[in-house]
Design a protein around this ligand. Sequence first.
Ligand code: SAH
Length: 544
Amino acid sequence: MLTKNDIVQVEISDLSHDGSGVAKIDGFVFFVENALPGELVKMRVLKVKKQIGFGKVEEYLSKSPYRNEHLDNTYLRTGIADFGHLDYAQQLVFKQKQVIDNLYKIAGISNVSVNQTLGMEKPYAYRNKAQVPVRRVNGQLETGFFRKNSHDLVPIDDFYIQDKAIDQLISFVRDLLRRYDLKPYDENEGTGLIRHIVVRKGHYSNQMMLVLVTTRPKIFRIYQILEKLVSQFPNLVSIIQNINDKKTNAIFGQEFKTLYGKDTITDSMLGNNYIISAQSFYQVNTEMAEKLYQTAIDFSDLNENDIVIDAYSGIGTIGLSFAKKVKAVYGVEVIETAVKDARENAKQNAISNAFYTVGTAEEAMAQWSKVGIKPSVILVDPPRKGLTESFIKASVAMEPQKITYVSCNPATMARDIALYQTLGYQLKKVQPVDLFPQTHHVETVCLLTRKNVAGYVNVDIDVKELKKDKLPPKPTYKQIQAYVLEKYGMKVSTLNIATVKDELGLEKQFSWKEDGMAAKNRPQCPKEKHDAIVDAFRHFNMTP
Ligand code: SAH
């Protein structure tokens, strides 16, 4: 039996979805930081649970030919580049495999080929946005990144995957804050002024925005600071203060104040100009976001008669890239300022056939159905939790020829595709696109088309029903078991899952009573399994 601080020789057999090496020893699954498949290492045991454990490398006995030896470990420890120790070509292969595995394990799909991941020629310094905490380290104000799973700040100058001009601005701001003796935020004490520095930069326009997140409105000697910033960085067209006095991990508070210049910056994508405000969602890798959108355009195979729904439209970047090729675009987005930006963006680009609504995607589908809008293409680009069952049913009821799904989470995407397949749509094309080189994040575009067979599945839609923002489709017991097996290398039974569901008050497919299981006879769920199942529930968004 292995215990803490034991040192064992192990071979790494796999890579977990977030970049840890996986080693199997005597029925245990160990997650080992900074270890790659094929490597033989002496591992120190850090922690052992019933069936899983964590370890770190004491010595490499052999190294993978795919190891990037040049990576500074800081980028692994902070998670800035949690895949940075793997050769870039292999990162792309791994991401393609992630999509293939999710489609197979969660949706049972193995007969649709998944294209090779589209990657970057220069996969560094690509981020157009930075969000950097400001804290005191060894008595001095520092900017950097938190160590993984902690709030210990690691001071960093070169952020590796961020535009170098952004790094320079951050260092300059840090030096000014030191010079004027402004106090960094201390989250334990709840004291200090400066919490975060947020920077955005237009990839093509080079315009920059700086947001200083502070705990209080007053910034001592702000005019001197602004003057120095503006004279040093002529591209800095917008300086904003955000006030966040809450004890929270959310970066921004409610209040934004423009201290200098404009409230927004402008940038362009696929030939359209966009206005971007501090809070709006805007893809952080412009070069690859253009490839992502272009893939969605190509998959949708648009013509001038098409009516397109752009669900989860943000500031309109995807729909407006479609608009000039089609008859009309209808977009929906839940954040009001983003919709305002989308409307303004349409105007700025002389696009008059794109219409944006504020609200949840489900509400908008109900509205559009009511007024008889018949889309030929429905494009969706939801957040990580994916679509809801009611959205999927509403989209099927509109009978579009094509559904183009842009996803940032292959697991929820596979779950949603599984439901679309049961409702008369078929998965045709899958293209992973690498928007986040050096990290574990995977972005995918899929095309689903309507099956042209008689005897459709008829979906009854009740408009009132659609308005309720329902939880996403529930995963099956099989999907939960597959997830736990994949992530923790552990088998759990349906009874284990039902026990945990019971405890959390989630709906089950059977009741203990029917099964004759009085409380005292119920099987106990071991702690490791229990925790893994709770993680799976969270992964599938069954619990927050
Ligand atoms: N398509 C855009 C934004 C995608 S990000 C782009 O490429 O830039 C997902 C967007 O969905 C976010 O802007 C988020 O605010 C929005 N969103 C989240 N939940 C939503 C819901 N239930 N209904 C509509 N929009 C939602």
